[in-house]
Write a protein that binds this ligand. Sequence first.
Ligand code: HEC
Ligand code: HEC
Length: 287
Amino acid sequence: MSEKSEKTPVAEVETTGHRWDGIEELNTPLPRWWLWTFYATIFWGLVYVVAYPAVPFKESSSKGFLGWSTRANLAKELKHQTKKYAHLDQILITTDLGKLLNDRELVQYALARGSSVFISHCSQCHGAGAGGAFGYPNLLDDDWLWGGSIENIAYTINHGIRNTTDPDSQISEMPAFDQTLKHDEIVTLAQYVISLAKLENAGEKTPENELFLENCSGCHSENATGDETLGAPDLTDAIWLYGSDIVSVKKTISSGRYGVMPAWGQRLSPADLRSVSVYVHGLGGGE
Ligand code: HEC
Ligand code: HEC
């Protein structure tokens, strides 16, 4: 193996002087276009590093002289959108709730906005499709604990239910009857209430009915159809917040129930509150 480079007779290209078993290594220069591309990428890399956030530090990164940042861009975009819809927001929060529903453009806007508010703030309890769960009411049906008019819905969302943060929160209680009623009376009432939902003996004069009138009708009303001013559920329909089987109903009567819903009045903007109220009202059950 000789260290001195020599020309090969065939290709007229310098060899590196390396040769193994008769195979020579040619010293072919890199194609010019390749080389320039390579230099260009190095140059681009350097420019990028100084122009954009690139070098990681402990807490943040280098800023880059263009001042570009995803966060700043988002803030800018949000500001732009807020400005773009500011006039609609203004109408949305100043229009009378009842009249609002007659304005198609406004309702469209409120529904779009309200659905994203719902997904971020309400779906964890009421379900993404608003179908509810045990203890969390279904908002799709026309069965309302606290009333299904747009005004009622907006009030419930603003002030919440049985929370300790808003003094105007909807308040009531399903008391525990384990101290005031005997066990067999609770069983009788549970069976009676379940039968009401099946529309077997609503309103009939029976001993069970007497027991109901004595203990329960004050809130659930005499014919057991509930009272929306107290959030007392209609017990004659087939919709149950806390289960319709005998064990669940017995537990409701003996231990009571106390469903809590947060107040959103202080957490959401007025436009978000209105939008989500319109959205919930529009889910199907609004009155
Ligand atoms: C932490 C759980 C939770 C979250 C989050 C929540 N809710 Fe509720 N919501 C409840 C509970 C529990 C009730 C039923 C309270 C009761 O038993 O009366 C309720 C009741 C309601 C009612 C009354 C239903 C009726 O039949 O009268 C409406 C309307 C409502 N929620 C809307 C919303 C909206 C809109 C949001 C989001 C901005 C939301 N909720 C977020 C738990 C929640
Ligand atoms: C002081 C008012 C009050 C009285 C009296 C009362 N309830 Fe209730 N009841 C309520 C309220 C309010 C709720 C809803 C609780 C909640 O949403 O967390 C409720 C809920 C219920 C439920 C659950 C319904 C469902 O959809 O799951 C049943 C069942 C029930 N009550 C039966 C009775 C029976 C039986 C009596 C009589 C022994 C009675 N209640 C007396 C206020 C009352």
